[in-house]
Design a protein around this ligand. Structure first.
Ligand SMILES: [Zn+2]
Length: 441
C-alpha cells in the first residue's frame, strides 16, 4: 500500500491526493518510490555533498546554543541567541529586524505574579520575486536558568541538552540549509523570511500577531520543530489555557471559622467541573496542571488559583470550552448563588488553533516525503496532540509543515536528546525542499 501511495503522490489532482491520504494514513510510512519529485539536479547534489562535510560544524554550533540558557523568562539568554542568528543571517544577505516583545499579564493571587516579560523576536528578510517561503523556529526553551539541566553533552552519536531537540537543533538545521543554498548562489533574487520567536513555550502569546501577519504574506511555511521517529505531523489538536483566580475571605480557622469564605473550597468545586469536561471520545481534554492557594493551615483561604490546559480537535470545541470555562467561573458552588463574598477572575486563551490539513498542506507534506525518499529517507506521517506555531500559520491560511528539525525525543524533560546522524540528513532535505519551493517547481 505504501508503494501505491508513493506512486499516486505525483499527481496534483485533489481527489487523488485525498485517496493518497487515505491509503498512506493506513500504512503510515511512505514508500521509497516517489516519482512526483524529479531526481536531484547536479546543483542540488552539490548542496547535499556540501552539507555532508558540515556535521561537526553543526554539532559545534548546537553546543554553543545549548550552553546559553534561554528559558522563556531569561531575556538576556534569548537576546544572546538572537545576536548569534542576527549575525549569521546578515552574513547570508538577510535584512535583520526586531519585533518587540511585551509583558503578558494574567490574573493571580497576591504574591504569585505570573506575568511573562517576553523578549524581542527576530525577523530576517531577503527580498526577491517568485514563491515566498517563511521559515520559523523558537529560541526559548522550557528550562529556566536555575534548572539542573543546562549543558550540552555528546554520547555515542546522541546529543543531550536543553533545546537540542526542542528546538535549537532545528534552528541549526534551518541556518545550515540556508548556508548551503547561499554557497551555490541559490538564494539570489528569492523571497525568504525567517521569524524566530522567543515565547513559543508559553504559547506564543506575544508573537502570535507577527506569525499571523507573516502567514498572510507568504506562500509556504516551514517550522523546524524536532521530529520523533522521523515522523512528519499532519494534523494537530488545538490548545487553550485558562487561569482561574478565586477570591474569598480570610478568617481565623478556630476563633471565627464561620466568618471565612474559603477560596480553596470554591476552587475545588470548579476544578471538578473543569476536569469533567474531558471527553476522550471527542478528543477534548482538560488538565488542571497547577493549583495553589491559601496562606496558612489555620487561616480560611482568601485566595486560590489554578492553571488549566485544554486540548481540542475541532475549532468549535475550543469556542464551546471557553464558554464553559467562563460559565464555571461565574457559577458559585460553595456559597449561595447570589453571594458577593466569593468572586472569580478568569482568563482564557485559545493560543493554538487545531492544525487541520488542507489539500495545499498535504501537497507540501507529500513533496517533503518524496524529497526525503530521493535522499534515501523513510519519513512517517502521524498526528499529534501537541501544538506548534505551524498551527497558527496554517489556521491563518499558510500551508505549513512543522516537524523539519532534528530527529530525537524527550523534549521538555532532562531526557531531551537528538541524533547526530540526523543533522546531515534533515538539513539536506530541508535545503532541497526550500530550493524547490523557491523555484516553484
Ligand atoms: Zn518547540
Amino acid at each position: 500500500m505504501c508503494l501505491i501511495a508513493g506512486f499516486l503522490t505525483g499527481f496534483r489532482n485533489r481527489l487523488v491526493v485525498a485517496a493518497v491520504l487515505l491509503v498512506t494514513s493506513l500504512c503510515r510510512v511512505a514508500g521509497a518510490a516517489e516519482p512526483g519529485e524529479p531526481p536531484l539536479s547536479r546543483q542540488e547534489q552539490q548542496v547535499v555533498d556540501w552539507l555532508d562535510q558540515r556535521e561537526s560544524e553543526m554539532v559545534e554550533l548546537l553546543e554553543t546554543l545549548t550552553n546559553i540558557n534561554s528559558g522563556t523568562l531569561n531575556k538576556a539568554g534569548i537576546d544572546a541567541i538572537t545576536g548569534i542568528f542576527s549575525r549569521e543571517l546578515a552574513g547570508l544577505g538577510f535584512s535583520i529586524g526586531t519585533l518587540p516583545g511585551e509583558v503578558i499579564e494574567m490574573p493571580h493571587c497576591p504574591g504569585s505574579n505570573l506575568s511573562i516579560d517576553v523578549a524581542d523576536h527576530l525577523l530576517a528578510t531577503r527580498a526577491g520575486s517568485g514563491t515566498r517561503v517563511l521559515l520559523m523556529g523558537h529560541m526559548d526553551t522550557v528550562f529556566p536558568p536555575d534548572s539542573p539541566f543546562q549543558e550540552f553533552s555528546l554520547d555515542g552519536g546522541i546529543m543531550h541538552g536543553p533545546g537540542v531537540f526542542d528546538m535549537k537543533g532545528g534552528l541549526v538545521v534551518m541556518l545550515y540549509a540556508l548556508k548551503a543554498l547561499q554557497e551555490f548562489e541559490l538564494l539570489e533574487g528569492r523571497a525568504l523570511t525567517v521569524l524566530l520567536n522567543s515565547d513559543e513555550e508559553v504559547g506564543s502569546l506575544s508573537s502570535r500577531k507577527y506569525l499571523e501577519e507573516q502567514a498572510r504574506v507568504n506562500d509556504y511555511g516551514l517550522v523546524f520543530e524536532g521530529s520523533v521517529n522521523n515522523n512528519q505531523i499532519r494534523q494537530r489538536k488545538g490548545l487553550g489555557q485558562a487561569r482561574f483566580v478565586v477570591h474569598g475571605r480570610a478568617s481565623h480557622a478556630g476563633a471565627a471559622h464561620q466568618e471565612g469564605r474559603s477560596a480553596i473550597r470554591e476552587l475545588a468545586y470548579k476544578i471538578i467541573e473543569m476536569e469533567a469536561m474531558t471527553d476522550y471520545e471527542s478528543g477534548l481534554t482538560v488538565n488542571v496542571g497547577l493549583m495553589s492557594g491559601g496562606e496558612a493551615r489555620n487561616t480560611v483561604a482568601p485566595c486560590a488559583e489554578a492553571y488549566v490546559d485544554l486540548r481540542y480537535p475541532l475549532p468549535g470545541q475550543g469556542i464551546a470550552a471557553r464558554q464553559q470555562f467562563e460559565s464555571i467561573a461565574s457559577t458559585l458552588y460553595s456559597v449561595p448563588a447570589d453571594s458577593e463574598e466569593v468572586t472569580t477572575d478568569v482568563w482564557v486563551n485559545l493560543h493554538r488553533p487545531p492544525k487541520i490539513p488542507t489539500p495545499e498542506s498535504d501537497q507540501l507534506l507529500y513533496r517533503t516525503v518524496a524529497i526525503g525518499a530521493l535522499l534515501g529517507e523513510q519519513i512517517g506521517i502521524a498526528d499529534s496532540g501537541g501544538g506548534t506555531d505551524g498551527s497558527l500559520t496554517q489556521a491563518a491560511g499558510l500551508p505549513t509543515l512543522d516537524s523539519l528539525g532534528l530527529i530525537g525525543d524527550g523534549g521538555h524533560s532532562p531526557r531531551e536528546q537528538a541524533d547526530v546522524d540526523s543533522f546531515v540528513q534533515v538539513t539536506g532535505r530541508a535545503a532541497i525542499l526550500i530550493h524547490r519551493l523557491l523555484e516553484d517547481r
